[in-house]
Design a binder for this molecule. Structure first.
Ligand SMILES: Nc1ncnc2c1ncn2[C@@H]1O[C@H](COP(=O)(O)OP(=O)(O)OP(=O)(O)O)[C@@H](O)[C@H]1O
Length: 356
């Protein structure tokens, strides 16, 4: 049964001409929550937003908001706020006038109070009488957010809202968005190709690839329990090593290392698989270890308290490890090292699938 709150996307297909770009897309945005659509360029993220906004009509599927089937509602009556990367503000209007733009129907005092509340929300009170060209990119984007919220929309759609801003400013606006959401709690779909941004602002991620939803889950679920090799490699780094299943919980890597998992794997003996590990789940040693993969040490880069290590397995597979800087050895370039995986954190996928 369709829930009567929140935004629900069900089995949506869409084609541009004869090219199908959305395949059976389904996900939910709980009432008042933020969901981020994440995926490589061209995977269909913006097309989903366009379908929600009513700018395109999907070939199949339903989109409902607060219990109402949006496909039966005209675009202008959908009550959606929108913020896009290059959201054009009216440069000849002040910040306050820009925010008030959609509020002409309100009595003047009410309109003024609403604008003031929004200026406070996006922390632009001192800028009310300035014109957009005299504001920084981040401030302009905050005006765009305030303007989108002014008409009290039922949901907010954001397409790469901070895409044009530099890294530090992005982080600041992401934090502001989180604070603002704590305050107003508006059902939001945000499109981004930046996984850190998605994890910073959204309680749920929808990871897409090639027009399909690969996984829906919290940032932790997606990082810790990726549903596919694509998701594993797209969110965070995943080392990918070719292996063969030798028995329940047993794997042999291409270079002959025997790995004993602490759980059974869902593959028949002899099956070719790809075994993945996160850099932080490998430990480095300059001595041989049972279950450790032998590699050639290439380089180490200091990242704060961590060392990020690049090494190469005998078959040429590149592997990254991340270890605490003060722990363990500092090998020389070209030296043999052994990388031991935390077997409870390994993931095993069918070989030759759509890896990232
Ligand atoms: N108006 C259009 N006509 C034809 N094809 C289109 C149109 N808009 C998008 N596409 C194609 O549809 C696919 C999905 O595009 P979409 O813009 O939804 O992807 P996206 O994930 O938002 O990408 P990006 O991150 O680069 O913005 C792409 O292959 C794109 O080339």
């Amino acid at each position: 049964m369709m829930s009567d709150t929140g935004l629900h996307i069900r089995n949506v297909d869409h084609s541009y001409g004869d090219k199908q770009v959305l395949h059976d897309v389904s996900f939910d945005v709980p009432d008042g929550k933020v969901v981020a659509l994440l995926g490589p360029s061209g995977c269909g993220k913006s097309t989903i937003l366009r379908a929600i906004a009513g700018l395109i009509t999907p070939d199949r599927g339903t989109i409902s908001l607060a219990g109402c089937d949006l496909t039966r509602v005209q675009v202008r009556n959908r009550k959606l706020g929108m913020v896009f990367q290059n959201f054009a503000l009216f440069s000849h209007m002040t910040v306050a006038e820009n925010i008030a733009y959609g509020l002409a129907h309100l009595p003047k005092t009410e309109r003024k109070a609403r604008v003031e509340r929004l200026l406070e929300l996006v922390r632009l009170m001192p800028f009310a009488d300035r014109f957009p060209p005299s504001l920084s990119g981040g401030q302009q984007q905050r005006v765009a957010v305030a303007r989108a919220l002014a008409t009290d929309p039922a949901a907010l759609l954001m397409d790469e809202p901070f895409g044009a801003l530099d890294r530090a400013l992005r982080a600041e606006l992401q934090a502001e968005l989180v604070r603002m959401q704590d305050d107003v709690g508006i059902t939001t779909v945000m499109v981004t190709h930046d996984q850190e941004e998605a994890q910073a602002v959204a309680g749920q991620l929808v990871v897409m690839n090639d027009g399909r939803v690969e996984q829906v889950g919290t940032p932790e679920e997606i990082y810790d329990r990726p549903a596919s090799l694509f998701v594993n490699g797209f969110i965070g780094h995943a080392n990918q090593v070719a292996a063969t299943v030798t028995g329940p919980g047993g794997l042999r890597t291409a270079d002959g290392t025997e790995i004993a998992m602490n759980r059974a794997v869902n593959f028949i003996p002899g099956a070719p698989v790809t075994v993945t590990s996160r850099p932080e789940h490998l430990t480095l040693s300059t001595r041989i270890h049972p279950g450790a993969m032998q590699a050639r040490f290439d380089r180490a880069v200091v990242m704060g308290q961590f060392l990020t290590i690049d090494a190469t397995l005998a078959d040429g597979t590149a592997v990254k490890a991340q270890v605490l800087r003060d722990d363990g050895p500092r090998p020389e370039k070209g030296e043999a090292v052994w990388l031991s995986p935390d077997t409870s954190r390994l993931h095993v996928f069918p070989a030759n699938t759509n890896g990232a």
